[in-house]
Design a protein around this ligand. Structure first.
Ligand code: AMP
Length: 311
């Protein structure tokens, strides 16, 4: 079966788990691979890159659209969250989705629903601390449910939500879920702002100030490339870049990309993660920082040392 987007491909929209399973049964029975791209809708190029990656790797691509109420700690944030169902369906189909799964709240959380998936440790840090325990609890539970509903071979997630990815990788490993988790790079607007459904809620002035986030990542990356390995110094550069642009960071942290534990020095690649509220809109971003490769650390060169060093 071709993995290429097919303009004639008809996307099927389903609303219940029974319909989803019925739609996937022939492919599963035929040994075809199934890819799942979970989203909350208001699709942008970031989401579409995940769908395109799924299209390139899998025989059948499922995109889910569900604004998960249990991961919103503020009712106003849930209410404001952009919803654009018809546009989303058009974009998902154009990017190569075969099945669009749009469950209702009752389908995901029927009366009597009483189970939660809780990932310990990493969920207490950064986004977990800032947004409250409810956030990652809601994410972990809904992602587990979506994986059980669609039973994909591969599920695709964005690096933009780096801590969410750590939580998902943890629960997939801990619960022995038979799915491969694929990370896709962050897609940015031409000026560097990471695409986010929430960007639509920014005024033009707020959007201009939001550029403080990628600017802070760039400034710290330049510092790291110039040889700075002190964590306080790197964090100061990022923080001051944001403050200079009139943005108060929620947090700026240099962490291990696999655990989100703080790094003590930039002696290996580490993730710089940051968050800030611009007006009512909370934005996050991250980038890998790496120490420069110094000549003394390029140790694969097996040529003999110059005589004067040996002597
Ligand atoms: P959301 O609809 O915000 O829950 O996001 C659905 C998926 O899209 C998640 O795996 C996100 O990490 C991913 N995503 C969101 N924004 C971007 C982006 N700018 N680039 C790549 N992936 C993204």
């Amino acid at each position: 079966m071709s993995h290429q987007p097919n303009p004639d491909r008809r996307m099927l929209t389903v609303r219940t788990v029974a319909e989803l399973r019925a739609a996937l049964a022939p492919a599963r029975g035929g040994g075809l691979s199934i890819g799942l791209v979970p989203t909350m809708g208001a699709l942008h190029e970031g989401h579409l890159s995940l769908i395109a990656r799924a299209r390139a790797q899998c025989d059948l691509v499922v995109v889910s659209l569900f604004v998960n109420p249990t991961q919103f700690e503020e009712p106003s944030d849930l209410e404001r969250y952009p919803r654009q169902r018809e546009r989303d369906a058009r974009l998902a189909a154009g990017a190569g989705a075969d099945v669009l799964f749009v469950p209702s709240g009752e389908e995901v959380y029927p009366p009597g629903f009483a189970t939660a998936v809780e990932v310990l440790g990493v969920t207490d840090l950064l986004e977990g601390a800032a947004r409250g325990a409810k956030h990652f609890g809601g994410v972990a539970t809904v992602v587990t449910k979506l994986l059980c509903m669609a039973m994909p071979d591969v599920a695709f997630f964005g690096q933009k939500d780096a801590q969410q990815l750590v939580v998902i990788r943890r629960l997939v490993a801990d619960l022995n879920l038979p799915v491969r988790i694929e990370t896709c790079p962050t897609v940015r607007d031409p000026d560097g702002l990471a695409m986010s459904s929430r960007n639509a809620l920014l005024s033009p002035d707020q959007r201009a100030r939001a550029l403080a986030l990628p600017a802070a990542l760039d400034a710290a990356a330049r510092c790291a490339a110039a040889g700075e390995s002190s964590v306080p110094a790197l964090l100061r550069v990022a923080r001051e870049t944001m403050l200079d642009a009139g943005v108060e960071p929620d947090y700026v942290a240099l962490v291990d990309p696999d655990t989100f534990e703080p790094c003590e020095a930039l002696l290996r690649p580490c993730l710089l993660a940051l968050a800030a509220r611009i007006g009512e809109v909370r934005l996050i971003d991250n980038a890998m920082l790496a120490p420069p490769v110094s000549p003394s650390r390029v140790s694969h060169d097996r040529r003999p040392l110059p005589t004067k060093v040996i002597a």
